[in-house]
Ligand binder design. Structure first.
Ligand code: PEP
Length: 258
């Protein structure tokens, strides 16, 4: 049984809020957004991170330099280097300022056929290359309705983190994103909390208490300025992954200010 939570044990930790821009924003738009966001950054009580499209990462990183906003990618090759047409490596991303990477987002699983095994290889590559992995997991509506949520989440975590040690998972972030909630209606804080607790317990069983307590578990799926506060009140919800509501800078600032 779990005896604590990320928040309780790491009192100095801030909520982690990640913007997932998906396939939105050119370099110029990213630059403009990050400059406006950075002007609020000091008064923001959260660790703010932005997952930008590949082509906007360099501009976003430059605009974020000297601020506490971190820039990341939404995908990455599992390979170090080589004949992989169209792929982008961790080393390429690091050089343009990438600090973290979203891996296993449900849109990549569903539309681009990413499997748990490919995602596992990507997590491993991120760890080797010193990029913080943000592993996205989540169940379909059908799985939820048949009472399989906990089972699906733990199976995705087991398969995507197989073979990694607690030392490897030092910088891991888990993003619980129920597929039925993305772009639709958010899970209730209670339903999200129950799923987060399942994730935390699985981390504890598999990698021990320290890993379970140091891993931020974020909720994603229709988070907005109105529902963020209640979600973050839950003991095991350590932050949020935000899609739609991260595209407009004023809305996003309102959201991260809680
Ligand atoms: C997402 O797809 O990562 C996401 C959280 O989207 P939205 O906030 O738009 O539901």
């Amino acid at each position: 049984m779990i005896i604590g939570s990320y928040k309780k044990n790491m009192v100095e930790k801030k909520a982690v809020i990640i913007a997932n821009w998906k396939m939105h924003k050119t370099s110029r738009e990213a630059d403009d957004f990050v400059r406006k966001l950075a002007s609020h950054a000091r008064s923001i009580p959260a660790q703010v991170m932005i997952a930008a499209p590949f082509t906007a990462i360099a501009a976003a990183s430059m605009a974020a330099s000297g601020t506490n906003v971190l820039i990341g990618a939404q995908n990455m090759s599992p390979f170090a280097e080589g004949p992989y047409t169209g792929e982008v490596s961790a080393r390429m991303l690091r050089e343009i300022g990438v600090r973290f990477v979203l891996l296993g987002h449900s849109e990549r699983r569903r539309l681009f056929f990413e499997t748990n095994e490919t995602i596992r290889q990507k997590v491993e590559r991120a760890v080797v290359e010193g990029i913080q992995p943000v592993l996205c997991i989540g169940e379909t509506l059908e799985e939820r309705e048949s009472g399989k949520t906990g089972q699906v989440l733990t199976e995705q975590m087991r398969a995507c983190l197989e073979g990694l040690s607690s030392e490897d998972l030092r910088t891991l972030v888990i993003a619980y994103e129920p597929i039925w909630a993305i772009g639709k209606v958010a899970a209730t804080p209670e339903a999200a909390e129950a799923a987060h607790l399942d994730c935390r317990q699985f981390l504890q069983e598999k990698w021990g208490e320290e890993t379970a307590l140091q891993t931020p578990i974020l909720y994603g799926g229709s988070v907005n300025p109105k529902n963020i506060k209640e979600l973050l009140k839950q003991p095991n919800i350590d932050g949020a992954l935000v899609g739609h509501a991260s595209l407009d800078v004023e809305t996003f600032v309102q959201l991260i200010k809680g």
